[in-house]
Every structure is written in structure tokens, then in C-alpha cells.
Ligand binder design. Structure first.
Ligand code: FFO
Length: 812
């Protein structure tokens, strides 16, 4: 079995890794083309400084980096190693950064990699050039180090070549051939190569190549300064390339590496210097290589001043060479992996740094060969994750530049990404502004976190103040809004919730083949159910409402759900899928008095018998036509009320006019998140993702194994019997000890899991943290500790849900 004919475009770290990984899996009809010479093709890999820091807030990114480290450690070229495992040291020169290093220590511990916090003296011991007077502490990751990117390319090319992969240097790609929505080949200046699958690993040229296949690839090449000193007298005689750990000084946007008796210095502090993929010089035109632009010395001045302060020994040295090197940035910092939505067989593995390259090679190889990736959870990296506005050139350029500027900044998990804003506003936006909404952003939507107009509600309530970090993007009003929701009634803007319409004579059968539950029930039924991948991992949790025999409304989590549906559509045209989010809006009306608000506004029967829990129906609220669905993510009586965007403002006004006299409130996302955690409702993407199956995630109730076949079913039969970890509910008694998510959980001194999401529960009066724990610890009553900055917060595994286990609120 030689597999399909694959053409990989680009022989940098990503293309070489992918060729190695797919050929190792038996696909050997593989050709790799590159416009440049091999193995130094002239792309970003050829000038990469090679620093591999594994620490990342994303578990997936850390795991991709860990695999790169492990693989590169095992590679050599004629005895020359591809990885110098000197360790990675990040130093703090400010109290804020020192706290941030503790947070980073938490992430990497949570993701299972050893690291140590160091005192200033220990920092100097590890890296004797560091000025003891400047640093307050450090974070050391012993397994970090220096990748020799070009050697790693060569080593992987050799292995792949032995298995029969062809590498063609100096082949410039001119076009992607396609026929009836499939790739058929790659046109180069040396002729055409037929292909069943094309994978674009062209790095900074990615947007240009992708456009040949009609694909809009949202990345920007940005120049980044890398300078090399001449000999540093203090390092005289150093014969090894690197002995000191790679060093990061994020407070000044700088990093350092050894190079014999000199240093490499990388800098992110300068102005963003974006370049269009179309304007990159060709291999023959470029002075050094296409990815290398002329060093602009004036942009480096501050970096050099700061370097001589942090590393005083460099005062005796000079900057001898420098480049402005191009590499890829994306709007959210994650790579772009996956298949084009429009052209079958056209794949991309783009915006990947050396750090993650081998991991990405493996991930995409599994995805191609097995049809899904089991080793890594790729939901953050999928190229089809973007909303339409996130593909606009204006947005892409603005965000990519912003990410360049923020690359080493201390970012709060709730902090909105800044420019450009606002992008999308719901029909209720003006009313929300009138109520003093404090907006955060979700998928481009401006979404209120709380409303200043509710400030008066705080008086007389017991709402504990969280610690400083958790108190950012927070107000005591959040607590008041949460409590009032449980006392009277509240309006929530649910417009940002992704809504899809699945229609046509084949719709019911189509959905049944994708979801874990039974959804082809009576008209008016609503079902909470899951989408699984072939390996049984959770791709999403959704609600499916049957609004007519041939029409379903799906409450989804993001664009990847639309992409998943679209990919599985039958070819016969009997099913259509449409994203109806933008043309519609939704108010969640929830709380014990919800019925008192709604019933007088409509002729339809909204009593318990008139519309049962998890049922939907059409109604008029005054003149506004709505679809009402009786469910609630906050765990209270009430409905999601949907209408078209044009009627949105009216719906809001009519409901508010009725709710306000009853003591109701307009409430924001802060309250919403606290309430859903009290009720134990999972959030896809944070609490559970592709790597988890429904049983360990605590949503096994949504799986009906006996309903007939669906994607992931056979894998589940295996996984059901082998639950080793569980998403568990922890409570925290200390009211100020609110954690944020991604913190490690310790059993004694051993890190055993990590927090997914957390909030204070304002009606149960405790802190709540959901966490992944080994099954043997996921037993109510077990005491564990959460690592929060430099503290250990005691937490106890609790029986869930914490609020209304009898469901008397929801069914009332
Ligand atoms: N769709 C709608 N309409 N509303 C939502 O809030 C959401 N979600 C996501 C995506 N789709 C949505 C799904 N998450 C429940 C739990 C999680 C949800 C949605 C609903 C829920 O009510 N669970 C109940 C009922 C289960 C049952 O009867 O089958 C429960 O577990 O008790 C928001 O993120």
C-alpha cells in the first residue's frame, strides 16, 4: 500500500516533518517540491534562531512542542545533533512578570512537563551572563533547547527519501490544478505533477499558494529582528555551540541564545513590519534568501541598550550581523491546519513555528492517513475555525500585527483582543449601552459581561471580592446579577450562540448519522446531543430542535460545527445547511418569574403542560414572531426566544417592559458563567474537547449506543469500558481564591490534573472549579490543591450538580 499521490509544497520544517511522518505510516507516493535549494530552502526555517520554549497557555501547543523536542532529540545528520537540550530560562525583571512566571509554571505543570521556579541567584547560576541586580526570579524548563532547524529538515528528508519520497528542489509552484472541486495536480515551472492530495506547507508564501486553490489563508508574514553579536570576551574559548539555557526577557520583548563565543538576540519590541506574501522576493532576486530582509539598525537600538543592562558582558561586544527575518503570524496565534472548505484534497499546514513543527507533521499525517488526529486535540488549530469577518484582509492584518506586539505581553484570559472593535453587534446593543454594559468580545460579537446600571443591586448582598487577578474584568455586579436571576428573572443576550439550520428531505437521516442521541423525534422536540469524531472524541455538544418535519435548528459552538456538517452533506442535494446566526438573535429569559413575564405577552400557552422542558414552539410576543425553546444553560425556568434580527430590539423592549416591574434584571456573561457552573453544564472547548470522550466528560447520558450507527459509535464501545480520568467538580471554601482555568491540580506534591473553568458560585456561596482528574481521585470528598500563582488553594471534589440536582427549577 503506497497510499494516494501526495504533493507537499514546501520543504521547510513543516513539509519535511510531514513527509517523514506520512511515509512512516505507509504513504510513499509522495513528492515534496520547493522553489529553493535543499535543505536550506530560503524560507523561515532557513533563518530560524531555533529556540524551543514549550510553555504555552494551550495544552495542544505545548504537546506539539513536546513532540518536536522528543523527535529532534532522536535525529542527527552524520552524527551532528538536531537538538541541543540546554534548557529554557525565562527571567522576570518586574513583580508582574514574576507573577506571570508562576502562572506559566502552572500551565506547563498542568500539561505534564517538568519545570522549576528559580531565585535570582539560581538564574545567575544557570546563566552567568545575567545581571543579578536586574532579575527577581526565573522559570526553568530543563527539556527546552535549541533546534537546529536546517539539520532537522535534512534528517527528515533523508528518512523520507529512504522510504521512497521524492524531493524536488528548485521547482516553483505556478498553479494548483483542480477538477469538479478536487485537486488533481500541481503545476510547477518544471512541469506538472499529478496529485490526489496537495498539502501547502509553504510558510510565508502560504497565502499565495492557497489562493491558487481559491482559498483565503489568514496569515501575515511579519519581519522580526534577529541579531548576532561578535565575540563576547567573557565567552572566549567556548567551543560548544550552546551551553547556557536559551533565555527569554519578556519584559523587554527579547530572547537570547548562545552561538559559540557570541550571542543571538531576538527582538519583538519594534514596530510591526508586515509584508504581503506577494511581495516576497524570489530565491534568485533575494540578497541572502527570500525570508531575510535587511536589518534596520534603528529599530534595534532599544534592544541593544536593554541587552547591555541585562547581560553586562555584552558591553564588551558588538552587534556584528542582523536580519529582519520573516515568519508567519495569525489572528489568534494558532497554526492553520486542515483541508480547504471548497477544494477536496487541498490541505494546509501553515503558520507553524519550528517549536511545533514536528508535532504538526505528526498531527497532519494522522489526520490524512487515519481520517482524524488522535494524538493531539486540534480544535484550536483548524483552518476552518474562522468566522467570515475573520478572513477579511483588514481584520487579518490588524490582528496579526497586534499579536506581534503582544507576543510576550501578560494577557488576562478574559482580555478582549483589542483592535479592531467593535465588529458585530446584536440588535440589543443600543439598549445594552444604555444600561452601561461592560463589553467583552466573543467571535466578534460585543457581549456584555455585566451592566453598570445594576450597581445599585449590590447593596446589602454578600458578594465576596476575588483576588486581584480574578478581579480584573470583574465587578461585584456580576454576583448581584447572578443572584437576581435565581430570585426573580433576567434577560440574557444569547445572540452570539452559533445557530445553524439543517433542512431538506434528507435532514433527519443526515443528522442521525452525526449525533449521539435521537433527534428525529416529534416536531417541537429539542435534544441535547454530541458530535463525535471517528475515535469517539467530542467534537461539539449541540442542541437540535425539530421545528418542522424537514427543518432543524441547531445550537452549536462555532464555525467548526458548520464545517463538520458541510463536509458530511450527502452529494444528492437532499440536505442543506445554513448559518442563520447573523440574521437572527436570541434572548434567554430565565428565572422563577420568567413565566410571569412571558405569559401575559402572548396567546400561546406557556404553562408547564403548554410547553414542556426541552420542547420548542412558535409564538407571538406582541407583534414579534418567536421560536421559544424551553431550556436554560443557567438552570432556571424559562426559554430561549429567537427571532429575526429586524425584530430584535422590539422583542427586548417588550420583555424588559414586563420584567422590570417584577424586579427582573438584564444580566451579563459573568453571571451566566457562574450560574452554568453551579448547574454543572460543560462548555465545549474548555471543559471538554476532541481528546475527551463523553463518559469521562460526564455527558454519557447524551449517548444512545442502541439508536443505530453514528460517527464515533464503534470507538465509544471500546472507550466506555476504560474511563481513566474524569471531569470533576471541585469546590473551594476560601471566597477570595477564585481561579481562572488551566491551573494544575495537585494530590500532595504530585500534579495530577488541571482546571478547565472556574467561577465563584454566588448562590451556593462557594468557589467552583471543574478539573480533569484521574478516575481514582474523582471521588466526592477527596481533597486536592489547585496551584494558583505561588499559592496552593485547597479544593474538595463535590457531588454534582451543586445547584438544584432535583431539576425542580427547570421543570417548574
Ligand atoms: N444550544 C442552545 N440552544 N443553548 C445553549 O445554551 C447551547 N450551548 C451549547 C451549544 N448549543 C446550545 C450546548 N451546551 C444543556 C447543557 C449544555 C448545553 C446546552 C444545554 C442542558 O440544558 N442540559 C440539560 C438537559 C439534558 C437533557 O435533557 O438531555 C442537562 O444536562 O440536565 C451553550 O453553550
Amino acid at each position: 500500500m503506497a497510499g494516494p499521490r501526495v504533493v507537499i509544497i514546501g520543504a521547510g520544517v513543516v513539509g519535511a516533518a510531514l513527509a517523514d511522518e506520512i511515509s512512516a505510516r505507509g504513504w510513499t507516493e509522495v513528492t515534496v517540491v520547493d522553489q529553493g535549494p535543499l535543505p536550506a530552502t530560503g524560507g523561515s526555517s532557513s533563518h530560524a534562531p531555533g529556540l524551543v520554549f514549550q510553555t504555552n497557555s494551550s495544552k495542544t501547543m505545548t504537546e506539539l512542542a513536546r513532540y518536536t523536542v522528543e523527535k529532534f532529540c532522536s535525529l542527527d545528520v552524520d552524527g551532528k545533533p538536531c537538538f541541543l537540550q540546554v534548557g529554557g530560562l525565562e527571567v522576570a525583571t518586574s513583580p508582574e512578570r514574576l507573577a506571570e512566571l508562576h502562572r506559566r509554571h502552572g500551565w506547563i505543570t498542568a500539561w505534564g512537563i517538568e519545570s522549576r521556579l528559580l531565585s535570582p541567584d539560581e538564574c545567575v547560576e544557570r546563566h552567568p551572563l545575567v545581571n543579578r541586580d536586574r532579575v527577581l526570579g526565573g522559570l526553568l524548563v530543563p527539556t527546552d533547547g535549541l533546534a537546529k532547524a536546517v539539520l532537522a529538515v535534512e534528517a527528515q528528508i533523508r528518512r523520507a527519501t529512504e522510504r521512497g519520497v521524492r524531493f524536488l528542489a528548485r521547482h516553483e509552484v505556478l498553479d494548483i490544478r483542480q477538477s469538479v472541486g478536487r485537486v488533481t495536480g500541481v503545476v510547477t515551472d518544471q512541469g506538472e505533477i499529478p496529485a490526489d492530495i496537495v498539502v501547502c506547507c509553504a510558510g510565508i508564501w502560504g497565502p499565495k499558494i492557497a489562493r491558487m486553490a481559491g482559498m483565503n489563508l489568514p496569515l501575515t508574514p511579519l519581519a522580526h529582528q534577529l541579531a548576532w553579536t561578535g565575540p563576547v570576551p567573557a565567552l572566549a574559548g567556548q567551543t560548544e555551540e550552546a551551553v547556557r539555557p536559551i533565555l527569554r526577557h519578556q519584559d523587554a520583548d527579547l530572547y537570547y541564545r548562545d552561538r559559540f563565543d557570541g550571542l543571538g538576540i531576538g527582538y519583538y519590541g519594534h514596530r510591526p513590519m508586515p509584508v504581503s506574501a506577494d511581495d516576497i522576493l524570489s530565491v534568485d532576486e533575494a540578497e541572502q534568501m527570500p525570508s531575510v530582509l535587511k536589518f534596520t539598525e534603528e529599530d534595534f537600538a532599544d534592544a541593544w541598550t536593554e541587552t547591555r543592562s541585562l547581560l553586562p558582558a555584552t558591553r564588551e561586544a558588538k552587534v556584528e550581523e542582523g536580519i529582519n527575518g520573516l515568519f508567519s503570524f495569525t489572528t489568534d496565534g494558532y497554526p492553520l491546519l486542515g483541508e480547504s472548505p471548497d477544494v477536496k484534497g487541498f490541505w494546509v499546514a501553515e503558520a507553524v513555528w519550528v517549536t511545533h513543527s514536528a508535532g504538526v507533521g505528526r498531527a497532519v499525517a494522522e489526520w490524512l492517513v487515519d481520517g482524524h488526529c488522535s494524538s493531539f486535540d486540534l480544535h484550536e488549530c483548524d483552518v476552518n475555525r474562522f468566522e467570515p469577518h475573520q478572513l477579511s484582509p483588514e481584520y487579518v492584518l490588524a490582528r496579526d500585527c497586534q499579536n506581534f506586539v503582544e507576543v510576550y505581553d501578560i494577557l488576562h484570559p478574559l482580555q478582549p483582543s483589542g483592535k479592531p472593535r467593535p465588529i458585530r453587534t446584536s440588535p440589543f446593543h443600543v439598549r445594552q449601552q444604555e444600561h452601561g454594559a461592560f463589553f467583552l468580545e466573543a467571535n466578534g460579537w460585543e457581549r456584555p459581561q455585566w451592566y453598570e446600571a445594576n450597581a445599585g443591586l449590590v447593596d446589602g448582598r454578600s458578594i465576596p471580592t476575588p483576588n486581584d487577578w480574578a478581579a480584573r474584568y470583574w465587578s461585584p455586579i456580576v454576583g448581584a446579577e447572578a443572584q437576581v436571576t435565581r430570585e426573580t428573572v433576567a434577560l440574557y443576550d444569547m445572540t452570539a450562540l452559533k445557530r445553524l439550520e439543517v433542512g431538506g428531505p434528507g435532514a433527519a437521516g443526515f443528522l442521525e448519522g452525526l449525533v449521539t442521541g435521537k433527534v428525529a423525534k416529534s416536531v417541537g422536540s429539542v435534544t441535547y446531543t454530541l458530535l463525535l469524531d471517528h475515535d469517539g472524541g467530542i467534537r461539539s455538544d449541540i442542541t437540535v430542535a425539530r421545528l418542522a418535519p424537514d427543518r432543524f435548528q441547531v445550537g452549536a459552538n462555532g464555525n467548526l460545527d458548520l464545517d463538520w456538517f458541510t463536509r458530511h452533506l450527502p452529494a444528492d442535494g437532499r440536505v442543506q445547511v445554513r448559518d442563520i446566526t447573523a440574521g437572527t438573535c436570541c434572548v434567554g429569559l430565565w428565572g422563577p418569574l420568567a413565566r410571569d413575564v412571558l405569559q401575559p405577552l402572548t396567546d400561546e400557552d406557556f404553562t408547564n403542560d403548554g410547553l414542556k422542558y426541552f420542547r420548542a414552539k412558535h409564538a407571538y410576543i406582541g407583534s414579534v414572531p418567536v421560536t421559544a425553546m424551553r431550556l436554560s444553560y443557567v438552570g432556571e425556568l424559562g426559554w430561549e426566544l429567537y427571532t429575526t434580527a429586524d425584530h430584535g430590539r422590539k422583542l427586548w423592549d417588550v420583555l424588559w417592559a414586563a420584567a422590570e416591574p417584577l424586579g427582573g434584571v438584564i444580566a451579563g456573561r459573568g453571571a451566566f458563567n457562574s450560574l452554568r457552573l453551579e448547574k454543572g453544564y460543560r462548555s465545549f472547548g474548555t471543559d471538554m474537547t476532541y481528546e475527551h470522550d463523553p463518559y469521562e466528560a460526564g455527558v454519557g447520558f447524551a449517548v444512545k449506543l442502541d439508536k443505530g450507527d453514528f460517527i464515533g459509535r464503534s470507538a465509544l464501545e471500546r472507550r466506555k469500558a476504560d474511563v481513566r480520568r474524569r471531569l470533576s467538580c471541585l469546590t473551594v471554601d476560601d471566597p477570595s481564591a477564585v481561579v481562572m482555568g488551566k491551573e494544575p491540580v495537585y494530590d500532595g506534591e504530585r500534579a495530577v490534573g488541571y482546571v478547565t473553568s472556574a467561577a465563584y458560585g454566588y448562590t451556593i456561596g462557594k468557589g467552583i472549579a471543574y478539573a480533569w482528574l484521574p478516575a481514582e481521585l474523582a471521588v466526592p470528598g477527596t481533597t486536592v490543591h489547585i496551584g494558583y500563582f505561588d499559592q496552593r488553594v485547597e479544593a474538595v471534589v463535590a457531588e454534582e450538580p451543586l445547584f438544584d440536582p432535583a431539576m425542580s427549577r427547570l421543570r417548574g
